[in-house]
Design a protein. Structure first.
Length: 131
């Protein structure tokens, strides 16, 4: 008793089911741990942008898509996250939306009130080939 989940036991002649307590995944330090994305994408194949991170409290993840030739911003995504983990973003039809070329994702971890960076940014380069 006490180490098992959903154990039925008697307390004052009442049946009580012990519910497991969910552990909050909070880190001591905010950090972008890894970005996973294919180095080469052909046509409109479906791909996932995966970001692994640790956070000490609720944060915003800001993701910028840049043309790596001139560093022009082509798009921005923003997600609010409440606990450490992995953010998986499925992407399709990139070749329909962007010309063939070299690009980079740049990921920021931001304070969700002040929009200031709370961790070192991280980037991931890739190349998009036409259909």
């Amino acid at each position: 008793i006490g180490e098992e989940v959903r154990v039925v036991f008697d307390v004052l002649a009442q049946q009580i089911v012990k519910e497991p307590v969910a552990k909050v995944k909070a880190a001591m330090v905010d950090k972008i741990k890894a970005i996973s994305f294919p180095k080469k994408i052909r046509g409109n194949e479906a791909v996932d942008l995966s970001i692994k991170f640790d956070i000490a409290q609720t944060r915003d993840i800001k993701i910028r898509l840049l043309n790596s030739k001139n560093w022009k911003e082509l798009g921005v995504l923003k997600y609010t996250v409440n606990e450490s983990g992995v953010l998986d973003i499925p992407l399709v039809n990139l070749a329909d939306d962007f010309p063939a070329g070299k690009y980079a994702w740049v990921v920021f971890l931001l304070d969700n009130d002040t929009e200031t960076e709370v961790a070192k940014k991280m980037g991931k380069h890739f190349e998009l080939f036409s259909k």
